[in-house]
Design a protein around this ligand. Sequence first.
Ligand SMILES: Cc1cc2nc3c(=O)[nH]c(=O)nc-3n(C[C@H](O)[C@H](O)[C@H](O)COP(=O)(O)OP(=O)(O)OC[C@H]3O[C@@H](n4cnc5c(N)ncnc54)[C@H](O)[C@@H]3O)c2cc1C
Ligand SMILES: NC(=O)c1ccc[n+]([C@@H]2O[C@H](COP(=O)([O-])OP(=O)(O)OC[C@H]3O[C@@H](n4cnc5c(N)ncnc54)[C@H](O)[C@@H]3O)[C@@H](O)[C@H]2O)c1
Length: 477
Amino acid sequence: MSGAERYDLCVVGAGSAGLSVAAGAAQLGLRTVLVEAGRMGGDCLNTGCVPSKALLAAAKLMHAHRHPHLGGVPPHEFETRRGAVNAHVQATIAALAPHDSVARFEGLGVRVVRGRASFIGTDSLTVAGETIRARDIVLAVGSRPAMPEIPGLDPREVLTNESLFDVETVPEHLVVIGGGPIGIEMAQAHRRLGAGVTVLQRGTILPRDEPELVDGVRQDLRAEGIEIIEEAEILSVRHAAGRHEVEIAGSEGPRVIVGSHILVATGRRPNLEGLDLSRAGVDVNAAGIVVDTGLRTSNRHVHAIGDCTGGPRFTHVAGYHAGIVIRRLAFRLPAKVDYAALPWVTYADPELAHVGLTLAEAKARHGDRARSLIKPLSGLDRAVAEGRTDGMLKLVALPNGRILGCSILAPAAGEMIGLWCLAITQKMTLRDLTSLVLPYPTLSEISKQAAGEWYRPTLFGARTRRLVKILRKLPNW
Ligand SMILES: Cc1cc2nc3c(=O)[nH]c(=O)nc-3n(C[C@H](O)[C@H](O)[C@H](O)COP(=O)(O)OP(=O)(O)OC[C@H]3O[C@@H](n4cnc5c(N)ncnc54)[C@H](O)[C@@H]3O)c2cc1C
Ligand SMILES: NC(=O)c1ccc[n+]([C@@H]2O[C@H](COP(=O)([O-])OP(=O)(O)OC[C@H]3O[C@@H](n4cnc5c(N)ncnc54)[C@H](O)[C@@H]3O)[C@@H](O)[C@H]2O)c1
């Protein structure tokens, strides 16, 4: 189909969000065109989730060899070969790239157009000299690193997630500005590869997570030799050949931290440049493209999904948004976003996973009826056997057992949180979890144990004991 005809759907951006919509729409028979200015797969595949998790996996394995968790297993010292680590990162990207490739999408019936899209009307865009018209347009243009305004900081002199995975040596000292998920994951990965690491965070690290579990992360990272400076006020940055000086305010006067590299991980900004959104009547604010709960913009024929909307920025959210838009555009259903059971995981080791409300959020909504229970990993047989007892589960619920949220700090917390996602989505109570039979010995048992503990005061209380006493007098059955 040529540009003169009108498509059913034009998707702008072939990252996690845009690819999911385009694949679904084409397979449902919508005439779909997908426009991509850069690399197919966007941030997640090329400069985000995939390379960061591959780097973390290599660093974790090296750490386990150098610092075995188990008595009787001797440590094994060796030099990090950064070239080999980078090869693993690139091989991981290459292994996953076919799934996001032009060839696969063309095979699904999507027309893929390479180039930067700009609106020229409410239903039309121009890309590389071609005009594309469509009944519906989905903007999935993603985000890129935000640069903080710090005197002396030159964006060309610092690393971001877009350049970090191309570094060919292990940094002597990496100064990480920002203690969000990127900052924390990359701080640990680089420390485990052998770098000195300092994290500078404006408030406290991982501010969206439960404080007790964040404290566990903080202690683990410090024990590995990472310097974490919270409430940091960065006064200035100075770049000299191969050396970067970061001046921070301190109670006893300014302090200078010297690094061989600086990684900036201070959040994201949407990719809106050159889109000419005003020509399509699409409103934006500081966070991104403004959408309603159905992900529709101020132009009723234009939806926006994924990172560019300024909502939660995760690949699973991009996929969730895509599903909502498909239901709206292909099936004309009034689908809406609901983040009540939205999980996220920071892939440090141990992992920090969360779903639903934190205790503070639950108290703001439900008052003192919202309560929490913390169960440490140290009482779990599998954790003891593995030598991995640092961690805990914190659940948040109402007195009737309705589950509001859960956070887990454990080696496989990202896998373990799935049970709680299901429980919250299905509006289950903690009682439902107590009746599960889970395999022994697994880390997942902590979920059932925590649910059981919630009911312990009632189960083993005076009323129950009285009931058992009465029942004891009944004849056998
Ligand atoms: C280091 C790092 C690690 C991460 N780890 C995780 C993780 O473990 N788990 C997780 O869930 N999330 C993670 N994320 C977040 C995740 O990568 C993003 O939420 C996700 O990639 C967003 O997808 P998207 O499709 O909205 O945007 P993008 O992937 O940014 O895709 C947008 C695409 O649109 C294209 N584009 C932009 N403007 C135009 C235009 N005008 N015309 C044509 N094309 C255009 C861009 O070239 C890009 O390819 C991580 C992010 C980073 C940076
Ligand atoms: N595991 C995951 O799911 C994962 C991993 C990495 C990234 N991501 C996503 O990528 C996005 C970007 O991650 P991020 O960590 O860059 O962003 P973020 O916004 O989550 O964290 C950035 C942190 O930097 C701090 N900060 C900002 N300016 C600062 C300054 N001048 N000095 C010191 N600290 C400063 C902020 O207080 C904030 O806590 C996030 O939205 C996240 O959802 C997800």
